[in-house]
Write a protein that binds this ligand. Structure first.
Ligand SMILES: [Zn+2]
Length: 142
């Protein structure tokens, strides 16, 4: 039994039942690093802002540690899944907008009542679109 084995099993015992590192934690670590770098860059130019950023990053580090060591795993998982949902929505809406922009054969309209995106072919003149989800009518020019 080496000292590393003892350290590893001790750490594993300590972390048992705790949240550990998750995607939200990792993202927050990146934000912390960004704040640290920004505060280092601004320290000569605007020392007040740099100090505020520095303390904000310290507070965020404390929060990251709190989340890692938290034993309320259920709550931490909920926060993490909210973060993953938000990230996924941002990512997919950006890539979908890109594909819609590249599509020159269709026009896209967003339903005002349910926010569903309706696709219609280009060159049909003035038309009335019925939303497939909620049945609302959209007047559109293609
Ligand atoms: Zn609708």
């Amino acid at each position: 039994m080496g000292i590393f084995y003892k350290l590893r099993t001790g750490l594993a015992r300590f972390m048992y039942g705790r949240n550990g590192v998750d995607q939200l934690g990792l993202s927050l670590v990146w934000v912390c690093l960004g704040l640290n770098i920004l505060s280092a860059l601004l320290s000569k130019l605007v020392p007040v802002v740099a100090t505020v950023l520095y303390w904000a990053s310290i507070a965020l580090w404390v929060y990251v540690l709190f989340r890692m060591l938290s034993k309320d795993v259920y709550k931490r998982r909920e926060e993490n899944s909210k973060w993953l949902n938000l990230r996924w929505r941002l990512k997919s809406s950006h890539s979908e907008a890109k594909t819609r922009h590249a599509d020159k054969e269709h026009k896209y309209f967003t339903c005002k009542s349910c926010k569903t995106i309706c696709r219609v072919p280009v060159g049909k003149g003035k038309i009335v679109i019925t939303c497939p989800k909620c049945g609302a009518k959209i007047q559109a020019k293609t």
